[in-house]
Design a binder for this molecule. Structure first.
Ligand SMILES: Cc1cc2nc3c(=O)[nH]c(=O)nc-3n(C[C@H](O)[C@H](O)[C@H](O)COP(=O)(O)O)c2cc1C
Length: 385
């Protein structure tokens, strides 16, 4: 039996996920680096931006459709790659893949997804983008790239902001580890959340879908503790030579890095702070967005994630120069709150807010949304989200 009332927004999804999930799991998903300042700053900075309403423009015919890499998408936002989504609820990965197919949007499939990259590509009806983590000496990484190519992936997302996994005190406190185990230490926590615990027990402990024992025989292994720090420009060049499809680089906050990446053949830059999970004292990516866009000029594809919670947030980042946006935590929370139905309810809320927001700022097409949708210099003083 699902809780009855629909998910209304990201805060509602988060509050209900907090009730539904064992603390260990909630803290893993919700957590951030250090004291959580990076994450709080993402929210503060986005909330502080004020939209500029315009009036008496005929905005009856609005379209949320857009194009990336020559491909039509129905919305300017998609699913950020997230590892181990099935911790939020068994089958969460597949719910996200079905969402991508139904809504015609890109689906980020993490290296450490709960389901295999092949299955996610099939379930999303070809809309999956494979997210790559470099690890060890890079040889296993390139084997994985080849596997994604053979599977039929056309877009690869290289995540570059995890040279080491950020230290997240909430994970440390709860004893969260990978591979995930239901240990005696968390027994009370699980006992207090029987619905999650029983469903998870029935489906078996969530595993890494790309690294089963069969995959290990084919040479695909992943060790979360293995250093990812060896990734360098030489690796990037090698990857660019190897990968024939679109190459997105995720986790870029510095305009000089963005320019170097374009020079060396990247096809898109994703401005992101990994949802504040990597640095406590980093720059909120919303502040990097304008400088990255300015450095790259108007035409180079720039994507954005971190801290987005609503359709108005999407409108803001599009106005500040992003071509496309990605959501992370709220998708997992809406699943934890009300499974696939909760995910669709939250998703619809974002669509509606974006559409209403466009009407309010007097725009009817995604491509026309620009800086004039924002009130320059009118950042609001906001409390913590
Ligand atoms: C639980 C969780 C797992 C994540 N796993 C990955 C991952 O495997 N690869 C990756 O590139 N980013 C990963 N991310 C980061 C997201 O892709 C994205 O950058 C971030 O969640 C956006 O911020 P938001 O959660 O505030 O929307 C993860 C984020 C969360 C919350």
């Amino acid at each position: 039996m699902l809780p009855e009332s629909p998910v209304t927004d990201a805060a509602d999804a988060r509050a209900r996920a907090r009730q539904a999930l064992p603390r260990l799991i909630f803290d893993y998903i919700d957590g951030a680096a250090g004291q959580g300042d990076g994450e709080a700053d993402n929210r503060r900075s986005l909330r502080a931006i004020r939209l500029q309403p315009r009036i008496l423009r005929d905005v009856r015919e609005r379209s949320l459709a857009t194009q990336i890499f020559g491909q039509d998408y129905d919305l300017p936002f998609g699913v950020a790659p997230m590892g181990m989504c099935n911790l939020a609820w068994p089958g969460a990965d597949r719910m996200l893949a079905r969402l991508a197919a139904a809504e015609n949007i890109p689906l980020g499939v993490s290296t450490v997804a709960s389901s295999s990259l092949e299955e996610m590509l099939t379930l999303s009806e070809g809309r999956a983008w494979f997210q790559l983590y470099y690890s060890g000496d890079g040889s296993g990484t390139l084997r994985l790239v080849e596997r994604a190519r053979v599977a039929g992936y056309q877009t690869l997302v290289l995540t570059v902001d995890v040279p080491e996994v950020g230290r997240r005190p909430r994970e440390v406190k709860q004893g969260f580890g990978m591979p995930f185990r239901i240990g005696a230490r968390a027994f009370t926590d699980f006992a207090l959340h029987p619905r999650w615990s029983l469903t998870t027990l029935m489906h078996g402990s969530p595993a890494l879908g790309n690294f089963t024992s069969a995959d290990a025989l084919a040479g695909h292994v992943f060790d979360r503790t293995e250093s990812r720090a060896g990734a360098d420009w030489a690796f990037f060049d090698r990857l660019r030579e190897t990968w024939p499809g679109n190459l997105v680089v995720k986790g870029v906050l510095n305009p000089a890095d963005a320019l170097d990446l374009r020079e060396r053949g990247a096809d898109a830059i994703q401005v992101s702070s990994h949802g504040g999970r990597q640095l406590d004292s980093g720059l909120s990516p919303i502040h990097a967005l304008t400088s990255v866009r300015t450095a790259l000029g108007p035409d180079f594809p720039v994507f954005y994630d971190s801290g987005l919670r609503s359709g108005e947030d999407v409108l803001k980042v599009l106005a500040l120069g992003a071509d496309f946006a990605f959501f992370g935590r709220p998708l997992q929370f809406s699943i934890a709150a009300r499974r696939e139905q909760g995910l669709r309810e939250y998703w619809d809320s974002v669509k509606t807010e974006l559409s209403v927001g466009m009407a309010m700022v007097g725009q009817t097409r995604i491509a026309d949304i620009g800086p004039d949708a924002i009130i320059a210099g009118a950042e609001a003083a906001t409390a913590d989200a």
